[in-house]
Design a protein around this ligand. Structure first.
Ligand code: NAP
Ligand code: GLV
Length: 308
């Protein structure tokens, strides 16, 4: 039994130690050391080289080392090889922390206070009660729902939008493209936690931003390709949007001269909102390998047709 890991090499060493401790019968190879490629049963990967999967004739399952699977070219993966996305507590906790940080920063006017401090201006801004702040999440999956559960503890007025209908206590749920405008109309803070698919590419568009209330703010922790960058610059310039917190962009990193870098109303972070944690993720993959060996259903298999 052999596993090949082709993702962050530092974290790969931690994965290797966890496999050695918990499943010494499984060979674990950290790229570029691969062992015999024809013997690889399971691949754990982030952005694998295009031809890699072709060289693995015995591949049984492809595990994405992250929650998203948009970095994989499905056409290169044999149809009988299930693709499993990462669903693990470390990613969930990281995303809860980041989005809570971002929402609180926007809610409590941190951007304004940073600008005021730079200008030597001591000027209180009226506090809006959390219940009067309308926070909406696009994408009500594992991460969207976890984030909403935590934001609920602050008392925000919560709503969410997904493809299929949901019933989440304390959250007004909207489903389907026809409901998008109504959902957006009442979001003071909009959080994008969608997967990147053909349907969601560019969804943070001029039209989407125009549907938000004047002064709204955007948090993008989905993928950079969700966002129309020029539409954001225009919405900030006109004052229709007040701020954006962006963890993802296209390309990553942005070129040095890109206007986002020094924009006074944009805060960027280098795709760190949430990271797969070896301590929890390796155990989740081990559990899935055991399921596979026992002929049980795998957890987190994506639907290639839907793209997530
Ligand atoms: P998930 O559990 O698969 O949930 C995806 C959600 O998006 C579902 O609620 C789904 O609706 C909804 N959705 C998909 N297509 C849609 C559409 N066309 N219209 C409306 N809703 C749609 O995914 P997750 O684990 O929460 O992760 C979400 C994404 O977060 C990942 O794909 C990744 O891009 C991003 N992410 C970013 C970071 C970071 O560090 N920045 C870290 C981890 C993940 P249904 O429920 O109806 O299917
Ligand atoms: C990170 O972006 C992930 O998809 O896990």
């Amino acid at each position: 039994m052999s596993v090949l890991y082709k993702a962050d090499p530092d974290r790969g060493r931690a994965w290797s130690a966890i496999f050695a401790r918990n499943a010494p019968d499984i060979e674990f190879h950290v790229w570029p050391e691969t062992g015999d490629l024809t013997k690889v049963d399971y691949l754990v990967a982030w952005e694998p080289p295009p031809a890699l999967v072709e060289k693995l004739p015995n591949l049984k399952v492809l595990f994405s080392s992250g929650a998203g699977v948009d970095h994989l070219d499905f056409s290169t993966i044999p149809p009988d090889v299930p693709i499993v996305r990462m669903v693990e507590p470390g990613i969930v906790d990281g995303m809860i922390e980041y989005v809570t940080l971002a929402v609180l920063a926007l809610h409590r006017d941190l951007f304004d206070y940073m600008r005021q401090q730079a200008a030597g201006n001591w000027q209180p801004i009226k506090v809006v009660p959390a219940a009067a702040r309308r926070v909406g999440v696009m994408g009500l999956g594992v991460l969207g729902q976890a984030v909403l559960a935590r934001l609920g503890t602050f008392g925000y007025s919560l709503s969410g939008w997904s493809r299929t209908a949901k019933d989440i206590p304390g959250v007004v749920c909207h489903a389907g493209a026809d409901t998008l405008k109504g959902f957006l109309n009442q979001c003071d803070i909009l959080i994008c936690l969608l997967p990147l698919t053909d349907e969601t590419k560019g969804i943070l568009s001029q039209r989407t931003m125009a549907a938000l209330p004047r002064g709204a703010a955007l948090i993008n922790v989905g993928r950079g390709a969700h966002l129309d960058q020029q539409a954001l610059l225009d919405a900030l310039a006109s004052g229709h949007l007040s701020a954006a917190i962006l963890d993802v962009c296209v390309p990553e990193p942005l070129p040095e001269a890109h206007p986002f870098w020094r924009h006074p109303h944009i805060l960027m972070t280098p795709h760190i909102a949430s990271m797969t944690q070896p301590e929890t993720a390796a155990l989740v993959v081990l559990d899935n390998i055991a399921r596979h060996r026992n002929g049980e259903p795998l957890m987190g298999v994506i639907d290639r047709f839907k793209g997530y």
